[in-house]
Design a protein around this ligand. Structure first.
Ligand SMILES: NC(=O)NC(NC(N)=O)C(=O)[O-]
Ligand SMILES: [Zn+2]
Ligand SMILES: [Zn+2]
Length: 474
């Protein structure tokens, strides 16, 4: 369903200044209401009943029945620039985000070279991002052994919080932490209101090495059993209760860890948890031999685990749904030999998150306000983006996503180079066959003007003051 047919009188030249956005379906917290969203100097200044705006008609964008809601915030994105830009850079990552209705991404501290583990490395990262962002970008700092002296300075420099690994991260320059490192990091962070994110898997020292055919997905899955996550989550929950520092479990893959998190929350631990689109969309039973583009850590597990994750979200036991967009160049995925043990662990889904989630959520009893809570407001709270001073967010002030949740399912079409350029096979082999809701447009705001980015072909509507044809907004 194209924007035009469903929208009202779109009598505004895209890329112009807007003072009102009118819709019959504006998602505001738990409600969906007909409203006029009033914009003053690029910020939402008021929300009036539908039709009540006194703004000029030329600056009115009436999107009819299309849904308008806060842009998606994805707090788990690996943008590997500088250093591994060929895996993913800011230009492609933020174009892909805009193509999928995501208006803020929070960039993980690893896979770029250098990793964001010192203030100086953070400044290198910021330098690399400037001038390439099509949506807003905030940044996580990294906790690794012996860098606790860098934590407060990184916080003061503007990172949104911190991330650490409890198991090999896959890149040598970001070593995982041991318990003693966590005690020093948590002591540093006590009282700062910051947050520490955990890749929660612990090496299984007791287990016998898994042998067998490395092209069989089952062998890889057996090598990373649920109890590696359960043991890690138990350790995080204990630390969280001990230090009362906000802790967040990233990419929860196993539902078996959920009772621990629920119990810790009840005991007063400031702990939250996310799961990802691939754990909610894919299941182990359907992963063919050698299909290493499905490899991620922790692994995609079985169908019944996937159903348990969906139930946990419905019951409010999982706080948010994110991408864990972790791309690499196709050669690193060992597509030729199909060796799951050797292949890079990471799945690219940034552009497709909202479509993937809504495609299943809409038939599982979720409402649009649920989507906004799970994919915008809760992630915003995680990263303290709701106005905490000091968190650096660069890019343009991207605000809203406009879409048609009732659109016929269509084959997901990679609109931006992020999925196509870097992982041509992976993007399509993994998601190309998925039919899902397509996002119509993302409203981004730049230098006094709103730009509606229709997705599909991701046409960047130039703002009148952008120097060259597809200049980045920032
Ligand atoms: N270095 C990575 O990007 N790792 C990521 N890889 C995955 N998830 O397979 C992650 O989030 O752990
Ligand atoms: Zn991880
Ligand atoms: Zn990750």
């Amino acid at each position: 369903m194209s924007m035009a047919t469903k929208a009202g009188s779109m009598n505004v030249t895209l890329g112009s200044r807007l003072s009102t956005i009118r819709s019959r379906r504006v998602v505001i917290e738990k409600t969906i209401t007909s409203a006029d969203i009033i914009i003053t100097d690029g910020k939402i200044s008021n929300i009036l009943p539908w039709g009540k705006s006194r703004g000029s008609q030329e600056q009115l964008l009436d999107v009819g029945e299309l849904v308008v809601m806060a842009g998606i915030i994805d707090p788990h994105v690996h943008v590997n620039e500088p250093g591994r830009t060929a895996w993913e850079g800011y230009r492609t990552a933020t174009q892909s985000a805009a193509a999928g209705g995501i208006t803020t991404i929070v960039d993980m501290p690893l896979n770029s070279l250098p990793p964001t583990t010192t203030v100086s490395n953070f400044h290198t990262k910021l330098q690399a991002a400037r001038g390439q962002c099509y949506v807003d970008v905030a940044f996580w700092g990294g906790v690794i052994p012996h860098n606790q002296v860098e934590l407060i300075p990184m916080l003061q420099a503007g990172v949104a919080g911190f991330k650490c690994f409890l198991i090999n991260s896959g890149v040598p320059e970001f070593p995982h932490v041991r318990l003693m490192d966590l005690h020093s990091a948590m002591s540093e962070l006590q009282g700062t209101r910051s947050v520490l994110l955990f890749h929660a898997e612990l090496e299984d020292t007791k287990s016998v090495p898994v042998t067998g055919d490395p092209t069989q997905y089952e062998m890889f899955l057996t090598s990373r059993p649920d109890h590696m996550e359960v043991a890690a989550v138990e350790m995080v929950a204990d630390l969280c209760l001990q230090y009362k520092v906000r802790c967040h479990i990233v990419h929860l893959s196993s539902a078996l860890s959920l009772p621990i998190i629920r119990k810790a929350k009840k005991a007063g631990a400031p702990i939250t948890v996310e799961t990802t689109h691939h754990y909610l969309t894919l299941s182990a039973e359907n992963i063919p031999p050698g299909a290493t583009y499905y490899k991620c850590c922790p692994p995609v597990r079985g169908h019944s685990n996937k159903e348990a994750l969906w139930n946990a979200i419905l019951q409010g036991n999982i706080d948010m749904v994110v991408s864990d967009h972790s791309p690499c160049t196709p050669d690193l995925k060992h597509l030729q030999d199909g060796d799951f043990q050797k292949a890079w662990g990471g799945i690219s889904s940034l552009q497709f998150g909202l479509s993937l989630f809504w495609t299943s959520a809409r038939i599982r009893g979720f409402s649009l306000p649920d989507v906004s809570r799970l994919m915008s407001s809760n992630p915003a709270k995680l990263c303290s983006l709701e106005g905490r001073k000091g968190v650096i967010k660069i890019g343009c002030d991207a605000d809203l996503v406009i879409w048609d949740p009732d659109s016929e399912f269509q084959k997901l079409k990679a609109a931006s180079s992020c999925v196509l350029q870097l992982t041509p096979y992976l993007g399509f082999l993994l998601w190309g066959e998925v039919v899902a809701t397509v996002i119509q447009g993302t409203l981004v705001y730049h230098k006094g003007k709103h730009v509606l980015q229709p997705t599909g072909e991701l046409i960047l509507i130039r703002t009148v003051d952008s120097p060259e044809p597809d200049a980045p907004y920032y």
